[in-house]
Design a protein around this ligand. Structure first.
Ligand code: NA7
Length: 546
C-alpha cells in the first residue's frame, strides 16, 4: 500500500479501534480510563454493531437479556431495565446507545467511516489506517490497532445467477433498511432458514400477501418462550447481580447458570424419563433444551435421541405431513447453532406460506420477476436474502490488513485463521482481535467474551506501557500450538459433522476449519496464566523498535 505509506497521517493515536459495537464501545471506555488517546471507526451511522445492522422483523437475541448485557459497571447494570426475557433488536440498540451516552463515548467515535486498510509500518512500529467517509479518504496512525469488528458482520450474498437483474425489492436480513419496507399484499420470497429467517418468517407471514420460503437445509429450532420480564424476577437477579454474572462465567458457554444441568448421558436413563426431561425443557424454552444430558455434542446416539424428539414435535405442530417432513432436520442437533423461535413451525400451517425445498436442486437463477428453483418459477415482488454471514473472519479479511514484510492477513490465513488465543497474530505486532477466531466468542454469551477480551487487552497494553515495551507479537510456536489445541477440542465433538458457519462451510471456497474455542472457563484460565507469566507465548519488543 505505497499510497498509504507515503501519505501524511492526519492524526496519531495511542490506539485505534475498528467497530463501535459492544466490543468497540467497551474497549474505548477502558483504554480512555488508562489515559490513552483512542479513536473508534464505525461504518454505520450509529453505534451498536450487529444490532445496528440486523434490524429485520423479529430480530432478537438468543441469550437472555439479564445475561446479554454489560456487567463491568454496577450502576449501569442496576439502572437499565430490560423489558423481555429475550431482548429484541430495538431494545438492544437503545441499550448500546445508552452505554455510548452514559460513558460519553461518542466524541471519540467516527461514524460513517469505513476502514479500508490497516498496515503495520515496520520502520517505526506503528499501524497506519486508511479510512473512507463522506469527507473522503483519511490516514491515521496508532501504536495499537484493535479489531472490534464482530463475528457476524459481513453479510453473505450468494453468487446467484441473475441476482442483479431482479426488478423487485431486494433485501438482506443483515442489512435491513431503517425504514420498514411495506410488504402488504406482496409476494415475498425468503432464501435461507437459519436463525435470522426463523425469527423473521412468522412476522413476515403476517405482514405480506404470500410468502415463499426457499429451504436448502432444515434447521432445529426450540421455542424461545419469550415473555415480558417480571419486575420481581429482575430485582431478584439485580440484588446479587455480580454473583450471578460470576456463576455464568463458570459455565462452558458463559451463560445459563440459572438452568439445571444434567450430569448423565442421555443413554443412561429410561425413555420415559428422557421424554419428561425433553418435555420440561421444551416448555421452558431456550438453549437449555440441550442441557439435560452431558453428551449430546460428543455422542451421536445420544444426540439422535434429542434430534428425533424434536422431529416428533415438528410433526405434531405442522399439519401437512409432507411439509413437516421437509422441515425435519437430519443433521446432528446443536451442530449448527440451534435457533430459538416464536411460532416458526406453526407458521407453515398458514395458507399464505409455501415451503420450497431447494436441497437437491439449488436456486437455479434469479430473474427480473422472481426465482427459478427445481424447474419452477416463483414470481416475487420482494426477495429477502437470509443467507447469513462470512462469519468470524469475513470482516477482517475484507480490510486490507498487512503485517510485517507487507504480508496480508489473507495470505497468512489462506488455509484458515491462525491466531494465538484468538487475540494476537504472529507477524502482526500490536494488532488485537476482540473475540477473534480461536477464542470462545460465538459459542458463548458474546458480551461475556467481549468483556473478558477487552479487559485482557486493556491490562496487556497497561503492562506494555508500564514496562516500556513498544510491541507485543504472538510467537509462531505459541500460535501453532494454540491452533492445534483449538482443532483438537473440536475434533472430539460432533461439531465438524455438518456444514455450519462455525466451520466456514457456508461460504464457497472458505477453508473448512472449526474456528471457535470450545469452553469458556478453561480458556479464561489460559489467558490469565499467559498474562501472569509476563505474556508467555508473545514476544515483547523493547522501547527502541528495530
Ligand atoms: P445462517 O445461520 O448462516 O443461515 C443462512 C441460511 O441461508 C441457511 O439456511 C443456509 O442454508 C441458507 N443459504 C445460504 N446460502 C444459500 C444458497 N446459496 N442457497 C440456498 N440457501 C442458502 O445465518 P443467519 O443470519 O440465519 O444466522 C446467523 C447467526 O446469527 C445465527 O447462528 C445466530 O447466532 C445469529 P444451509 O444451512 O447453508 O444449507
Amino acid at each position: 500500500m505505497a499510497g498509504v505509506e507515503s501519505a501524511q497521517s492526519d492524526v496519531h493515536f495511542d490506539a485505534v479501534v475498528v467497530g463501535a459495537g459492544f466490543a468497540g464501545l467497551y474497549m474505548l471506555y477502558r483504554l480512555r480510563q488508562q489515559g490513552l488517546r483512542v479513536r473508534v471507526f464505525e461504518a454505520g451511522t450509529g453505534v451498536g454493531g450487529t444490532w445496528y445492522w440486523n434490524r429485520y422483523p423479529g430480530a432478537r437475541c438468543d441469550v437472555e437479556s439479564m445475561e446479554y448485557s454489560f456487567g463491568f459497571d454496577e450502576e449501569l447494570q442496576q439502572e437499565w431495565e430490560w423489558r423481555e426475557r429475550y431482548a429484541g433488536q430495538p431494545e438492544i440498540l437503545r441499550y448500546a446507545n445508552h452505554v455510548a451516552d452514559r460513558f460519553e463515548l461518542r466524541c471519540d467515535i467516527e461514524l460513517e467511516t469505513r476502514v479500508e486498510a490497516a498496515h503495520f509500518i515496520e520502520s517505526n512500529g506503528i499501524w497506519q489506517l486508511r479510512t473512507t467517509s463522506e469527507n473522503g479518504r483519511a490516514v491515521w496512525t496508532a501504536q495499537f490497532c484493535i479489531m472490534a469488528t464482530g463475528c457476524l458482520s459481513s453479510a453473505n450474498t450468494p453468487d446467484f445467477e441473475g441476482l442483479g437483474d431482479f426488478k423487485g425489492d431486494l433485501l438482506h436480513t443483515g442489512h435491513w433498511p431503517k425504514e420498514e419496507p411495506d410488504l402488504s399484499d406482496r409476494r415475498v420470497g425468503i432464501i435461507g432458514t437459519g436463525s435470522s429467517a426463523i425469527q423473521a418468517i412468522p412476522i413476515l407471514a403476517e405482514r405480506c400477501g404470500e410468502l415463499f420460503v426457499f429451504q436448502r437445509t432444515a434447521n432445529y429450532s426450540i421455542p424461545a418462550r419469550n415473555h415480558p420480564l417480571d419486575p420481581e424476577e429482575q430485582a431478584a437477579i439485580k440484588a446479587t447481580y455480580s454473583e450471578f454474572r460470576e456463576a455464568n462465567k463458570r459455565m462452558s458457554s458463559g451463560f445459563g447458570s440459572k438452568r439445571r444441568l444434567g450430569d448423565r448421558s442421555a443413554l443412561e436413563v429410561s425413555g420415559k424419563e428422557r421424554d419428561e426431561e425433553f418435555e420440561q425443557r421444551w416448555e421452558e424454552g431456550g438453549f437449555g433444551f440441550l442441557g439435560g444430558y452431558t453428551d449430546f455434542l460428543v455422542n451421536e446416539d445420544s444426540n439422535q435421541l434429542a434430534a428425533e424428539w424434536v422431529r416428533g414435535r415438528i410433526r405434531e405442530i405442522v399439519r401437512d405431513p409432507q411439509v413437516a417432513d421437509l422441515l425435519c432436520p437430519e443433521q446432528v442437533i446443536g451442530c449448527k447453532r440451534i435457533c430459538l423461535d416464536t411460532g416458526y413451525f406453526e407458521t407453515f400451517n398458514r395458507d399464505n406460506v409455501h415451503l420450497v425445498d431447494v436441497s437437491g436442486t439449488a436456486i437455479e437463477r434469479i430473474t427480473p420477476r422472481g426465482v427459478v428453483a427445481g424447474g419452477r418459477g416463483f414470481e416475487l415482488d420482494t426477495l429477502i436474502l437470509a443467507t447469513g454471514f462470512d462469519a468470524m473472519t469475513g470482516t477482517l479479511l475484507r480490510i486490507d490488513v498487512r503485517g510485517r514484510g507487507g504480508r496480508t492477513l489473507g495470505e497468512k490465513w489462506e488455509e484458515g485463521p491462525k491466531t494465538y488465543l484468538g487475540l494476537g497474530i504472529e507477524g502482526f505486532p500490536n494488532l488485537f482481535t476482540i473475540t477473534g477466531p480461536g477464542s470462545p466468542s460465538v459459542l458463548t454469551n458474546m458480551i461475556v467474551s467481549i468483556e473478558q477480551h477487552v479487559e485482557w487487552i486493556d491490562e496487556c497494553i497497561g503492562f506494555l506501557r508500564l514496562h516500556g515495551h513498544q510491541t507485543i507479537e504472538a510467537t509462531r510456536q505459541a500460535e501453532e500450538e494454540w491452533v492445534d489445541h483449538v482443532n483438537g477440542l473440536a475434533a472430539r465433538t460432533l461439531y465438524p459433522t455438518c456444514n455450519s458457519w462455525y466451520l466456514g462451510a457456508n461460504i464457497p471456497g472458505k477453508p473448512r476449519v472449526f474456528m471457535p474455542h470450545i469452553g469458556f472457563p478453561p480458556y479464561v484460565e489460559k489467558c490469565n496464566e499467559v498474562a501472569s507469566r509476563g505474556y508467555e507465548g508473545f514476544e515483547l519488543g523493547s522501547p527502541s523498535f528495530g
